[in-house]
Design a protein around this ligand. Structure first.
Ligand code: MTE
Ligand code: LUZ
Ligand code: MOS
Length: 756
C-alpha cells in the first residue's frame, strides 16, 4: 500500500502548523535569546522594543503565573531565564506583536547586560570541573579486571563523536488559542503531546484538563521535537493565556539552529582485550556525554548508550560507565538512535584500533565476536531470535563480499592517489523505550453509520509513514478497504497521556492499541451478526473483504449492513483501547533486566573512494541486509532505511558542529553546516530485507524500522578510514567523527600540521 500522505505532500496539501488559517487578532512571537553562554543577568531593557510599531507585550520570567520550570526528567530548565543564563540562545523574553516581522524588528531593540562567567564547552571540560547532570551509571558483565591477564592483546584509546543538527524541514512551531473557562487550545509540532500538555499546565498553573494539545503531523522530528517542542509551545501558550489572544510562534531556521539542542557529542576512553584467536575477552568503556546546559532527556540518552555499548557483539567481561556532563551549550536532546550511534562508534573504533595494531582485518575480529542466540547482553537480557550471524553471512554471500574485496584490492594496486576502502558494519538495536513505563499506546476507534472508520492514536506522523501502517492494521483487522479508514490528529482530548512518538515504537505501541480497539468492536459485531443469522456461536462469524462469513461461507450480510445492525441493536461502534508491551522489565538497582521487546539486526557493506590528494571522498556502494521481520509495508520500510542511512552518513562524515571557547555555535546556519545531499548518497545502494519470522511483539510481525538503520552510516566512516590506511598504512588513527574532508586530509598528511 502506498503511503497515504504521498499525494497530498506532493501537492502541498498536507497541513502543518504554519499552514493553519490565521485567526483574527493573532499575535506573533519572537524569542529574545541570551547572547552569552554563561553569565548572570544584570539588567534587561525592553523599553525601546516596547515602543516599536505593532508591539503588544514583552513577556519575562516574572510574568509566568505558574512555575518557571519545564524540565521533563529533572527540574533544571527554566522557560525564561530569570537571573542566570546557561547557554547562548537561552530564551530571556518573548516579544508579541501584530506581525512576525514587527516582532523580529522589535526584538533587535532589546538590550541586556550580562555579567559573563566562564563557559564549559565540552564534556571532558565539564567532567574535569565536576559539572554533571546526574550521577554516572555503570553496566557490568563478568569481571573485566580478571580478564585482562588472559588477554594476548590489549589496546587502549580514545574516540570522539560530534553532535548533529536535526534539520527537520519544519522548524519548531506552535499556535495557541485561548479557550473557554480559562483554557488553552494548542496546535503544535511535537512528538509528545503529553510533555507539551504537562509543561503548559505547569507554566500556567492550570490543571492539565484545561490544556488541549493537537498535533496533526510534523515536517520531521527525528527526536528534536520529543522534548524540545515544549518550550516554544509553553511560550505561545503563555502569551495566549496572559493576553487572551491567539499567539503563533514559529522559529526561523536561524533561531531554531541557535536555540535548540542537538545530538549529544560524546568522548570515550576504551580498553579492549583479545585472546590469540581474536576473541574479545574484555571491554572497558568510559563515556563522557555532553548534555548541554539542562538535563532534557540526557539521562535517558545516557541509558541507551550503556545498553548499546557492546554493539552487535558478545563480550563476556565488560564494564561500561557513562557520565552525563553539564556544559553551557543548548540542551542536547533526542536524535534518531538516541545515544546508541555514539556507543556503537566507540565499539567499532576499538575493534579498528585492535585490528590495526595486530595487522589483521577488522572483519576477522568482528565476525569472531558476533552475538549469538542465548548470549547475554551486559544488561542481563538474553539474545533471542538473534540474527547477527545470519545477517553477516547473508550480506557476504548475496553481495559477493569476496569479489568486492578483490575489486577494492585491484583498484588500490592500480591507483596511487585514489584509494578505496571496504567496511562491514553489523547492527543490533534494542526496540522499546528503555524506561519501561513509557511502553504503552492507546487508540480510539469510531465506526460511523456509513461504515467509514475514524482512528485516533497517541502516535504522531512525522514522515515515517506510521499513519499508513495504522490504516493497514485497522483495515486488515476489520477486513475492509483501507479507503474506509482515516487517521486523525493526535489530540489529548481523544487520546490522553500518550508516550512520545519515539524509540521507534510508535507503530508497535499505537498500531497494536488500534487493533485491540477494532477487535473489541468486532467482538460485538460477531454477536450482532450471530443473532441476526440465528447462529448461537458468535465465534462462527468471520469477515472477509467486507463480507460477513458464517463458518467461512459468505452470508447475505456485508460490512455496511453489519454497521446498521449494530446501531439498530444499540451496540457501541466505538472503542478506546490500551496496549502495554508485555514481558519487558528492568531493575535499576542491579542494572539488569529484559528492557527490549526485541532487537533489530542488520549488516552493511560499504565501499568508499578517497581522493588522497584532496581529502575528498565518495561513498561508492552501500549494500546492506536489514531485518524487517515480516514487513507490512516494504516501500515505507525501504524509505526509512534509505533516509536513515543518509542521515547516518551525514553524521559520520559531514555534519560538523563547532563551538568556540565562548560557547558560540560557529556553524549556526545551513550555508556553513553541511547536510548530506544527493551527491553524498551512495552511487550504488542495495537494501535486502531479511524476511524473517513475524516477531510476536511487533505490529503484525513487522519490526520497528525508524531508528536502527541510521547506524549503518558508521560503516561509511570505516570505509573511508580503510581507504586512508591503504594510502598510508602507518596512518595514526585519530578516531573522531565526523570524518570531514578537512579531517581526512589532515590525517593523511600529519606532517602538514607541524609548524614550518
Ligand atoms: N522519518 C521521517 N521521515 N521523519 C522523522 O522525523 N523520525 C525518526 C524515525 N523516522 C523520523 C523518521 C525517529 S527519531 C523515530 S524514533 C521514528 O521515526 C519514530 O517513528 P516510529 O516509532 O513510528 O518508527
Ligand atoms: N526516548 C526515550 C527515546 O524517552 N526513551 C528511549 O529509550 C528512546 N530511545 C530512542 C529514542 N528516543
Ligand atoms: Mo526518535 S530519537 O526516538 O524521536
Amino acid at each position: 500500500m502506498k503511503n497515504i500522505d504521498a499525494a497530498i505532500h506532493v501537492r502541498g496539501e498536507s497541513l502543518f502548523v504554519n499552514d493553519l488559517p490565521v485567526l483574527e487578532g493573532t499575535l506573533f512571537g519572537a524569542v529574545f535569546g541570551s547572547p552569552a553562554a554563561h553569565g548572570r543577568i544584570r539588567s534587561v531593557d525592553c523599553s525601546a522594543a516596547l515602543a516599536c510599531e505593532g508591539v503588544v507585550a514583552i513577556l519575562r520570567a516574572g510574568d509566568i503565573p505558574g512555575e518557571n520550570q519545564i524540565g521533563s526528567i529533572l527540574p533544571d530548565e527554566e522557560l525564561l531565564a530569570d537571573r542566570d543564563v546557561h547557554y547562548r540562545g537561552m530564551p530571556i523574553a518573548l516579544v508579541l506583536a501584530r506581525t512576525e516581522d514587527l516582532a523580529l524588528r522589535a526584538r533587535k531593540r532589546i538590550r541586556v547586560d550580562i555579567e559573563p562567567l566562564p563557559p564549559l564547552v565540552s564534556a571532558r571540560q565539564a567532567h574535569a570541573a565536576g559539572s554533571f547532570i546526574c550521577p554516572a551509571r555503570t553496566f557490568t558483565l563478568g569481571a573485566v579486571e580478571a580478564a585482562w591477564p588472559d588477554c594476548a592483546h590489549i589496546v587502549e584509546g580514545r574516540a570522539d563523536m560530534g553532535g548533529q543538527e536535526h534539520v527537520y524541514l519544519e522548524t519548531q512551531a506552535s499556535y495557541a488559542c485561548p479557550a473557554e473557562h480559562g483554557g488553552i487550545m494548542l496546535r503544535t509540532s511535537t512528538q509528545a503531546t503529553r510533555y507539551v500538555q504537562r509543561g503548559v499546565a505547569r507554566v500556567l498553573g492550570l490543571p492539565m484538563h484545561k490544556i488541549e494539545v493537537d498535533t496533526n503531523r510534523l515536517g520531521g522530528g527525528f527526536g528534536g521535537k520529543e522534548d524540545q517542542a515544549t518550550p516554544w509551545a509553553c511560550l505561545a501558550a503563555l502569551g495566549a493565556h496572559l493576553l487572551r489572544k491567539p499567539v503563533k510562534l514559529v522559529l526561523s531556521r536561524a533561531d531554531d539552529i541557535l536555540m535548540t539542542g542537538k545530538r549529544h557529542p560524546y568522548s570515550f576512553d576504551f580498553k579492549l582485550g583479545l585472546d590469540r584467536d581474536l576473541k574479545i575477552l574484555g571491554y572497558e568503556l568510559t563515556a563522557y556525554q555532553d548534555a548541554g546546559a539542562c538535563s532534557d532527556v540526557s539521562p535517558a540518552v545516557m541509558e541507551r548508550t550503556l545498553f548499546h555499548a557492546t554493539g552487535s557483539y558478545f563480550i563476556p567481561n565488560a564494564r561500561i560507565t557513562c557520565h552525563s556532563c553539564r556544559t553551557h551549550l543548548p540542551p542536547n536532546t533526542a536524535f534518531r538512535g538516541f545515544g546508541a550511534p555514539q556507543a556503537m562508534f566507540a565499539m567499532e573504533a576499538a575493534i579498528m584500533k585492535a585490528a590495526a595494531a595486530l595487522g589483521v582485518d577488522p572483519a576477522a575480529i568482528q565476525r569472531r565476536n558476533l552475538i549469538r542466540e542465548g548470549d547475554e547482553f551486559p544488561y542481563g537480557q538474553i539474545a533471542a531470535g538473534c540474527r547477527a550471524v545470519q545477517c553477516w553471512e547473508t550480506a557476504g554471500a548475496r553481495f559477493g563480499l569476496e569479489r568486492m574485496r578483490d575489486e577494492v584490492a585491484a583498484f588500490n594496486r592500480d591507483n596511487a592517489l585514489f584509494k578505496r576502502g571496504l567496511s562491514i558494519f553489523p547492527l543490533c538495536f534494542g526496540v522499546s523505550f528503555t524506561k519501561t513505563s513509557l511502553n504503552q499506546g492507546r487508540a480510539l476507534v469510531h465506526v460511523y453509520l456509513d461504515g467509514s472508520v475514524s482512528v485516533s492514536t497517541g502516535v504522531i506522523e512525522m514522515g515515517q509513514g506510521v499513519n499508513t501502517k495504522v490504516v493497514q492494521a485497522v483495515a486488515r483487522t476489520f477486513a475492509i478497504a483501507p479507503g474506509r479508514v482515516t487517521v486523525h490528529s493526535s489530540n489529548t482530548t481523544r487520546v490522553a497521556n500518550a508516550s512520545p512518538t519515539a524509540a521507534s515504537t510508535g507503530a508497535d505501541l499505537n498500531g497494536r492499541a488500534a487493533i485491540l480497539a477494532c477487535e473489541a468492536i468486532l467482538a460485538r459485531m460477531r454477536t450482532a451478526a450471530a443473532q441476526a443469522l440465528g447462529e448461537p456461536d458468535p465465534g462462527a462469524i468471520g469477515l472477509r473483504d467486507e463480507v460477513v462469513l458464517l463458518r467461512g461461507e459468505p452470508t447475505g450480510l456485508d460490512w455496511n449492513r453489519l454497521v446498521t445492525l449494530m446501531d439498530e441493536s444499540r451496540l457501541s461502534l466505538s472503542e478506546h483501547a490500551h496496549y502495554a508491551t508485555p514481558v519487558i522489565h528492568f531493575d535499576h538497582a542491579r542494572e539488569k533486566g529484559h528492557p527490549f521487546s526485541y532487537h533489530v539486526y542488520g549488516n552493511a557493506l560499504t565501499v568508499a573512494t578517497v581522493d588522497c590528494l584532496r581529502g575528498t571522498y565518495a561513498i561508492d556502494q552501500v549494500k546492506l541486509v536489514h531485518d524487517c521481520g515480516a514487513s507490512m509495508n516494504l516501500d515505507i520500510d525501504l524509505g526509512q532505511i534509505e533516509g536513515a542511512l543518509l542521515q547516518g552518513i551525514g553524521l559520520m562524515t559531514l555534519e560538523e558542529l563547532i563551538y568556540g571557547p565562548d560557547g558560540r555555535n560557529i556553524y549556526a546556519s545551513l550555508s556553513s553546516y553541511k547536510v548530506p545531499d544527493i551527491h553524498c548518497a551512495p552511487a550504488v545502494l542495495e537494501v535486502l530485507p531479511l524476511d524473517t519470522d513475524p516477531d510476536p511483539l511487533a505490529l503484525l510481525g513487522s519490526k520497528a524500522v525508524g531508528e536502527p538503520p541510521l547506524m549503518y552510516g558508521i560503516g561509511a566512516y570505516f570505509a573511508i578510514l580503510q581507504a586512508m590506511r591503504a594510502f598510508n598504512p602507518g596512518l595514526e588513527l585519530e578516531l573522531a567523527a565526523p570524518l570531514t574532508p578537512q579531517r581526512c586530509l589532515m590525517s593523511l598528511y600529519p606532517e602538514a600540521r607541524k609548524p614550518l
